[in-house]
Structures are given as C-alpha cells and as structure tokens.
Write a protein that binds this ligand. Structure first.
Ligand code: NAP
Ligand code: NAG
Ligand code: NAG
Length: 330
C-alpha cells in the first residue's frame, strides 16, 4: 500500500503541476469577465472601521449600493456619507450586533426590503481576543470571539442565502492568515478564523454555482486591530499598545486601502481564495517543512524567558529597531 500510494502521489505531483497551469489560465480568463458592480447591492458587516470601512469605499467607487452594518452609529453614518460622495448611488446604515441572530435577520430583511435585492454579502465583522489560555479567570469571557467571528458570519449567510441565490450573488468572508502560522495568545481568534475557512469551504461545495464564495485571508493590515484594539480577558474591547508591540512587533503591516482594493477585485473575478499580502502564501512552506522551528521561534519571540509580556523579546526587538531608526534620522 505504501509503495502504491507514494508512486501515485509522485505521479499526481506532475499532473497537479499541470493543473496549476490550467488554474492560472482560468483566473486570467476571469479577469477579462470581472463583475460590473454598478447598481449592485452589497451588505458589509463591521463597516464602521478598518477593512470593512475601506471595502465600503471601494464598492462605492465602483457604483454599488450599500448597506453598512456595525454597532457604532456615528462612524457608520460618516462612512455612509463618504460612500455617497465618492460614487455610491445610495448607502444606508443599519445598527446591529452580528452575534445576535435577531439582529442578523433584521439587517438582511431591511436591506432587501429597501433595495429589493442583495448581490454581495461581505462577512467582515470581527474581534481579536488576545490572552493566554491559562490567564483567563472566567473562560466564558472568550465566547464573544466565536459568537462574533464565526456565528456572526454564519447567521448573516443563513438569512442572506435565499436572496443571494436569486441574484446569483456572492459571499465574501474575511478570515485571517490564521491557518498556518501560530502565535501565542491567539488560540480563540485563530480557532474562530479556521472554523470560518472549513465552514465556507464546505458551503462552497453545497452551493455549487448558485452562490460564489471568496475566502479572504489577510495578514497584518493597518487597522484599529493592529493598533492594539483587542478583546481583553474580561471580555471587553480595549486598546493595549504594549500588547500590540508584543504581538505585531516588526511584522510588516499592509495598508488597509490596498487590502480593500485587492478584496473587491478578487470578489469581482469570483476567486475562491485571496491572501493579502500575496507573499504570505509562500510562508506555508515554512510550516510544512520546519513546523518545530516555526513554533519554537514564535513561542520565544512572543513569550520569551520572562514571566510578563512587558519584557517579551518581540517588544524589545521593536524598541531597539525604533531607537536605531531615530539615531539614523537625527
Ligand atoms: N487588521 C488585521 O491585521 C486583520 C488581519 C486578518 C484578519 N482581519 C479581520 O478583518 C476583519 C476586520 O477587522 P479590522 O482589522 O478592520 O478591525 P476593526 O477596525 O476593529 O474593525 C472591526 C469591525 O467589526 C465591527 N464589529 C465588531 N464586533 C461586532 C459585532 N458584534 N457586531 C457588528 N459589528 C461588529 C466593528 O464595528 P463596531 O465596533 O462599530 O460594531 C468594526 O467595524 C475582522 O474579521 C478581522 O478579524 C484583520
Ligand atoms: C456597468 O453597468 C452599467 C449599468 O448596468 C452600465 O451603464 C455600464 O456601462 C457598465 N460598465 C461596464 C464597464 O460595462
Ligand atoms: C493566529 O492569529 C494571529 C493574529 O492575527 C496570526 O498572527 C497568526 O498567524 C494566526 N495563526 C493561526 C494558525 O491561525
């Protein structure tokens, strides 16, 4: 059995290579037939800041009508106003919490009642809990992460599916580069994002050609999240810049504008996956070939030998580099 499977796998490798070539042909063909978004109706969850906000602007520039969902009214109102100035024929906002199933039904219904259709659902709302598993005093305080990141996307998709089938629409789900690089303190975040990938890969097979699904896996993007807005172990959203220096450190942070542009173009092509920035894709090789080294390095970098996160190596490295920069600039 071993011999047979290995031989077949090696042969398959050759054919898979040809397959990749075919795939890239297909994706080039798709760029020629990108979806025209003029007048299309797009609902974006988590549109009050960050990636969601900039996705709204990119859709607006391409003439889409928008329904923007989040919990902060003032910010949503401002985003909707900007969208109408830069090209959206009509943008409305609806207050809602995606972890609440009734809210999800309400904002999907309100969108379809108002615009008469729904073409894209962008499931983007998310929070990042950052805490060591052993440090939680009350483990139930971690559940909003799964409720918002996973269930929020699932509820919205559930109520949107009948409308998306009618319009031959699409679901764009914002996961995370989760999946292959592990960093301490992100167990719940990563689990919620990995769950999204598995869930939507399965849905894609169930829906077939009726609803297109694009799974987006961004790395660090310049938003409130990478500025240090995390879900604390008490279950509250807090800004912790020191923790930001520990978790993000010197990792390159991609601009949110570029990220949003890449996502909308990918949705127009109907891609199955998108990784931003695209060079992140190659890091999967490190995971495959030297997982122990990757895990060890991540543990050392973020946790270090000390007991407090205030003296982690990742933060020290960042500070040393910043000081050198200052020296060179002065
Ligand atoms: N930034 C990154 O480096 C990065 C990397 C990979 C993946 N992502 C993912 O990208 C998505 C957007 O994140 P971001 O970086 O743009 O962060 P962000 O600026 O903090 O945006 C998060 C958005 O989600 C909304 N939201 C949070 N909880 C919600 C709830 N219960 N109901 C409705 N809306 C809710 C927030 O609005 P309100 O607070 O007004 O409700 C906000 O608009 C997230 O799913 C995140 O996991 C980000
Ligand atoms: C997109 O569609 C709109 C209206 O449906 C049309 O006016 C416009 O010319 C189209 N744009 C392109 C590039 O085909
Ligand atoms: C876990 O999440 C963190 C923070 O976004 C990210 O740096 C890491 O790559 C993720 N890893 C996995 C395996 O999901």
């Amino acid at each position: 059995m071993n011999v047979i499977v290995i031989t077949i796998s090696l042969l398959a490798l050759f054919f898979l290579h040809q397959c990749r070539f075919l795939n890239s042909l297909i994706s080039t063909a798709r760029t020629l037939f990108k979806e025209n978004l003029t007048g299309k109706v797009v609902l974006i969850t988590g549109a009050s800041s960050g990636i969601g906000e900039h996705l709204a602007y990119e859709y607006a520039r391409r003439g889409a009508r928008l329904a923007l969902v989040a919990r902060r009214k003032r910010r949503l109102q401002e985003v909707a106003d900007v969208c109408e100035i830069i090209g959206s024929p009509e943008s409305v906002y609806i207050l809602g919490d995606v972890s609440n199933i009734d809210d999800c039904k309400r904002f999907i219904d309100a969108t379809v009642n108002h615009f008469g259709q729904l073409d894209h659902l962008v499931a983007n709302a998310g929070v990042a809990p950052v805490c060591l598993f052993e440090d939680y005093d009350d483990i139930t305080k971690a559940s909003p992460a799964i409720d918002i990141n996973f269930w929020g996307s699932v509820y919205s998709s559930y109520f949107a599916q009948q409308h998306l089938k009618k319009s031959k629409g699409k679901i764009i789900v914002i996961s995370s580069c989760a999946g292959w690089v592990f960093a301490p303190r992100t167990a719940f975040y990563n689990a919620s994002k990995a769950a999204l990938i598995s869930f939507y890969e399965t849905l894609r097979i169930e829906f077939g050609t009726r609803i297109g699904i694009t799974i987006v896996t961004p790395r660090f993007i310049d938003t409130e999240m990478t500025e240090g807005k995390f879900l604390s172990k008490e279950g509250r959203l807090e800004v912790d810049r020191e923790m930001r220096d520990v978790q993000v450190s010197l990792m390159p942070v991609e601009s949110v504008e570029n990220c949003a542009k890449a996502i909308v173009e990918s949705a127009r092509r109907g891609d199955r996956y998108l990784t931003v920035p695209s060079w992140m894709e190659t890091t999967i090789l490190w995971k495959v070939f030297c997982p122990e080294i990757m895990d060890g390095w991540n543990r050392f970098k973020i946790l270090g030998p000390g007991s407090s996160y205030r003296d982690s190596p990742s933060k020290k490295i960042l500070h040393v580099v910043n000081e050198i920069k200052q020296l060179l600039l002065s």
